[in-house]
Design a binder for this molecule. Sequence first.
Ligand code: GDP
Ligand code: IMO
Ligand code: MG
Length: 430
Amino acid sequence: MSKVDVLLGLQWGDEGKGKIVDVLTPDYDVVARFQGGPNAGHTLEFNGIKHVLHIIPSGIFHAEKINVIGNGVLIEPCIFKKEISDLAEKGVDATKNLYISKKAHLILPSHRMLDAANEQAKGNAKIGSTLKGIGPAYTDKIARTGLRVGDIMEFDFREKYEMLKSQHLRLAHTLNFDIADFRIDGCAIDEYERMWLASLETLKKFNLINSEYFINRCLDEGKRVLAEGAQGSMLDIDFGSYPFVTSSSTITAGVCSGLGVAPSRIGRVMGISKAYCTRVGAGPFPTELFDATGTRLCELGHEYGATTGRPRRCGWIDIPALRYACMLNGVTELFVTKPDVMNDFDEVKMCTHYQINGQQTDEIPFEFNEVEIVPQLVAYKGWKQSLAGITDYNQLPQPLLQYLAEIERVTGVPIRAVSISPDRKDVLFK
Ligand code: GDP
Ligand code: IMO
Ligand code: MG
C-alpha cells in the first residue's frame, strides 16, 4: 500500500510547481490536481519549448502516466477545451491519460461575470483576482448550488444551468454591474455562453470518474501518486492573507478533501519556494521591494503572471511566511527555485523576523493586512557567477550553498533539490 506524495507552493504562488512536477513525474504512476482551477498557470520548459497549463496536471507530457483532475478542482469548459487543443497541436493527446472527477465543479460564464462584478464593487479593496470565476464558483459549491462535471450527462442539465445563471444575473444587477458591456476574452456573455455550452462536448470525451475510488485503488495496488498543488500556502482560504487569498484550501489538508484521501495516506510533503519571493494581485507582502532591486528581480526572473500577464511584485525571501507554510503543510523536504535570477547580485537578503509596533516577532499576525510590518533583513554575500552548466548540487558556488544551508537551518526542513533554470534538465538533487 502506498501513500500520496504532495508537491505544493509555500509562498504566494508561481514558485515553479509545474516545472518540478514535470521533473518528478517519472517517479510516479499518477499525477493529480486537488484544488484551484484556471487561476493557476504552471509553466514547463523542455526541448526549447514552453508550455503553460491551467487546469491540466503537469504530468501530462508523460504519455504513460495517468493525470487526474480531482473533485476539489474547478473546471471552466472553454479554457479546458483550449488547453486540450493547445496540447494536441504539440502532439499530446490527453484523451487517453487524463481522468476527470465527476464531482469537480464547473465555472459558468456567469461565475466569471460575478467575479468581475465583485471586484468592481470592491473598488480600492480589490483582491486582484485572475477573473476566472474562482470565488463565485467555490461560493456556489459551498452554498450547495453549484453544478458539477457529472451533471453535464444528466437530462435536466440545461434546466439547472439556466436556473443558476438567472440567480447570477440577479446578483449582478444588485451590484449595479453593466452586463451589456461585459466581455470574456473579447466576447459578449451570450456569445461566450454558446462556446461554453459547445465545449461541454469536449469534456464528455474524457474518462469521467469517481476519482476518490480511483486514487485509493491506485494506492491499494502500490501505485505511486503525486498530488500537485496550485497557488501557494499564503493564498490559502483559511491561513493566507485573508481576504487577499484564493477560495480554496491550498495546503496539504486540501489534498484530503480535494482527492478523497485520508490523512493517514499522505506521504512525503514537498514544499517549493523561490530563492526570493513574488506576489501577484493585492494584499500584504512584507518583503516587497519598491526599488531598483525589485525591478531587477522582476526583469531577470521574467516575473509576469503565466495566467494574466500582470507583472509580479518582487521581494526578498520571507522566512516567517516560509516557516508558517512549513508548519501548516508538514513539509518534509524543500525545493528551491530560481537562485539563478540573483547571479549578479552583490548581496542577497533574507527576512528572518518581522518588527511590528517596535516588537520583534516571527509569527504571521492576525492583523497581517492592517499593521505596518518592518522586515528584519540579514544580508548574505552574492555568488556573482553564472550557474549555467552546473550539474551537481555540491558544485554550486559556496556563497549560494551557505544561503541554502541557512534556509534549511531556519525552516528546519532539508532541501531536496534546487532548480537553476526554467528547463526540465536543470534541477540539481542533493
Ligand atoms: P507555478 O505556477 O508554481 O507552476 O510557476 P509559474 O510557471 O507560474 O512561474 C514560474 C516561472 O519561473 C516560470 O516562468 C518558469 O518557467 C520559471 N522557472 C521555474 N524554475 C526556474 C528556475 O529555477 N530558474 C529560472 N530562471 N526560472 C524558473
Ligand atoms: P499558480 O498555481 C499566483 C492570486 C491572484 C489574486 C488572488 C485571488 O500559478 O501558482 P483568484 O483568481 O483565485 O480569485 O485570485 O490569488 N492567484 C495567484 N497568484 N499564482 C497563482 O496560481 C494564483 N492563483 C490565484 O493574483 O491575488
Ligand atoms: Mg503560476
